[in-house]
Design a protein around this ligand. Structure first.
Ligand SMILES: NC(=O)c1ccc[n+]([C@@H]2O[C@H](COP(=O)([O-])OP(=O)(O)OC[C@H]3O[C@@H](n4cnc5c(N)ncnc54)[C@H](OP(=O)(O)O)[C@@H]3O)[C@@H](O)[C@H]2O)c1
Length: 317
């Protein structure tokens, strides 16, 4: 498994990581099989959030870790906080918030809850889940200092932040922000598309993220691509969806060439970018983990990367 360094650290994280958003509600033995399949595939990085399954994903992770032959130290364990869950809008393992909350007490309580549910003493990293417009400097700075001083969190980062927001929080805190988690895949590709349509008059030139791809590369921040196989906000998987026929034909053609699945080629497309990108897989199915993770060892040519970009309905000026 190819690795990527996390931010400016020397930690070699697997280029493909496992997100446990969909782990809530599984039988413990199945969840343990999921973790074992991930480790067997070379994955050493787990992503979570306090709200996944209303906390049940993390509780299940604790049981699964115990039931598996995996020790806590084999894994880089990350979670996120700062969203207050809205149970009425959350369904089928997908979670939506009623508000964001970056107050000092909420962030500290969030980490305490995560550690308890996951049955671990510290998090390798903790991310601010989605930018809270009401965030204030002292809250975040004090929370990060306290969590680090008490040995509860080793590293920090953000999720769904634009460059101005990263700069602002970075100017407040003593810890270097290492990671930014963002939705990114061949169908959800604004982060690269807008950079190739600069100053044009078409919609592709509209900058929706403030140039986060280039910013992250300049600042040596790791981008974690969430929902690698989904289009829209959990609108569905583009793989095998007839709405994306051209893309699926191309994924299939390249899958045959490299002897891997379409999901693996979709993974390889994300990892072909020279930014320090990590793919967060969401499947809990051991076979799907194995075949998607195989994409980390496929090196697409530049032309193949662009061919997939075009097949997903994009163009170039
Ligand atoms: N920071 C954020 O705001 C944010 C938002 C969303 C997610 N995330 C993180 O990103 C992770 C992944 O998100 P996601 O679950 O939406 O990502 P995903 O990997 O794009 O989607 C997973 C879904 O694809 C399905 N799938 C079907 N066939 C598959 C195959 N052959 N291979 C792989 N998957 C297949 C899976 O079903 P099966 O189980 O049947 O395989 C599962 O339902 C989450 O766990 C979470 O850690 C972060």
């Amino acid at each position: 498994m190819k690795t990527v360094k996390i931010g400016n650290t020397n930690f070699e994280a697997s280029a493909v990581a496992l997100g446990i958003m969909r782990m809530a509600g599984m039988e413990t033995a199945d969840a343990a099989n999921t973790l074992e399949a991930a480790v067997d595939a070379g994955i050493n990085f787990i992503d979570s959030a306090d709200i996944y399954g209303g906390g049940q994903s993390e509780t299940k992770f604790k049981e699964a870790l115990k039931a598996s032959g995996i020790s806590r130290d084999q894994l880089f364990i990350q979670s996120k906080g700062g969203i207050i869950l809205d149970p009425a809008r959350s369904h089928d393992g997908l979670v939506f918030g009623q508000r964001y909350d970056f107050s000092k007490q909420h962030l500290i309580d969030s980490v305490d809850g995560i550690l308890k549910r996951m049955g671990i003493d510290y998090l390798d990293s903790f991310l601010l889940h989605r930018p809270d417009s009401l965030m204030e400097a002292d809250d975040i700075a004090d929370a990060f200092d306290t969590l680090q001083r008490e040995g509860k969190v080793r590293h920090f980062g953000v999720s769904n932040f634009n460059p101005q927001q990263v700069e602002m929080v970075q100017s407040w805190v003593n810890q270097r922000l290492l990671i930014n988690q963002l939705q990114f895949n061949v169908v959800h590709s604004g982060m690269v598309k807008e950079g190739m349509h600069v100053n044009m008059i078409d919609d592709a030139s509209i900058m929706r993220d403030g140039g986060i791809m280039e910013y992250s590369r300049r600042k040596n921040m790791t981008i974690q691509a969430w929902s690698p196989f989904n289009y829209g906000l959990f609108a569905g998987m583009y793989i095998n969806d007839p709405k994306f026929k051209k893309l699926n034909d191309k994924l299939e053609e390249l899958g045959k060439k490299y002897g891997v699945s379409k999901n693996a080629i979709a993974t390889a497309w994300i990892l072909r970018h020279p930014a320090k990108v990590q793919v967060l897989l969401g499947t809990m199915n051991p076979e799907h983990i194995k075949d998607s993770a195989a994409g980390a060892d496929v090196d697409l040519t530049k032309q193949e990367w662009y061919d997939l970009f075009f097949a997903a309905g994009n163009d170039l000026p």
